[in-house]
Design a protein around this ligand. Structure first.
Ligand SMILES: Cc1cc2nc3c(=O)[nH]c(=O)nc-3n(C[C@H](O)[C@H](O)[C@H](O)COP(=O)(O)O)c2cc1C
Length: 226
């Protein structure tokens, strides 16, 4: 593959949030997952699992479970505390993008729920035991929590997955937003084993609309030390 072709593939992939009413062949999704598993991952432990859902009723029930959780959360009196607080920073291209319809993915032709095996850092017990007497142990435990190799590994696989799907002419969006309010219900619907956590939902289909996007310049996000 020429460098230019790789650059074009990377730069033309967009998060797709509307799809044609056309089924996605199972073989393509399996092929995309197979390539995604070639992503670098911690200790080559491959602590990921991809739940491919082609049943539209199940996709809808997952979307409904997350939106019900979100609606419940919005009704909590504690939500009032958010009013008047600083809104989260908008992405640089926010003005160019229409806000996504809520539950836009309930009718997606396919959904991939990506799970990771539950992970505890090998030294966790040592850090927990020692942090009461040694703050350095506490800092190490906190650092390990942020570094989360299982999350980094599964993220690498998802990035590969999205690029492969794009090369196949499919469009997908990596979603974490709906999960906190419905993770337990989603895991119940999908009969996810206790040993796994669903960390991302990826609706997939043939794109109906492809949005535009921008990126910060390299100078804004990169520093070279010589
Ligand atoms: C970790 C992560 C979580 C995301 N969660 C959501 C989400 O919940 N809903 C959504 O519509 N898009 C979500 N996105 C997609 C981003 O909004 C999108 O990647 C970003 O705006 C850049 O647009 P592009 O992918 O088209 O380049 C998520 C992306 C990542 C990497």
């Amino acid at each position: 593959m020429e460098f230019k072709e790789l650059e074009l593939l990377i730069k033309t992939r967009r998060s797709i949030r509307s799809w044609q009413d056309k089924p996605v062949p199972e073989e393509l999704l399996l092929q995309a997952v197979e390539l995604a598993t070639w992503a670098p991952n911690g200790a080559n432990a491959q602590q990921w699992f991809f739940h491919i859902i082609l049943n539209k009723q199940i996709i809808k029930s997952i979307a409904n479970a997350t939106s019900a959780g979100m609606a419940e959360m919005m009704s909590w009196p504690e939500m009032a505390q958010l009013k008047g607080s600083q809104p989260p920073p908008l992405p640089p291209d926010a003005a160019k993008r229409p806000p996504p319809r809520q539950n836009f993915w309930a009718d997606a032709p396919a959904l991939i729920a990506v799970a990771t095996h539950k992970f505890s850092p090998p030294f966790e017990k040592v850090w927990v035991a020692r942090e009461k007497v040694d703050p350095r142990a506490g800092r190490m435990r906190q650092a390990a929590e942020v570094i989360a190799p299982n999350i980094q590994s599964v993220s690498a696989a998802i990035a590969y997955l999205l690029l492969v799907l794009h090369q196949m002419g499919l469009g997908a969006v990596w979603m974490t937003g709906p999960l906190p309010a419905g993770k337990t219900e989603v895991e119940k619907i999908l009969k996810i084993p206790e040993s796994e956590d669903v960390v991302a939902l990826i609706p997939v289909g043939y794109p109906a609309k492809t949005p535009v996007s921008t990126r910060k310049s390299v100078a804004q996000v990169c520093k070279v030390l010589k």
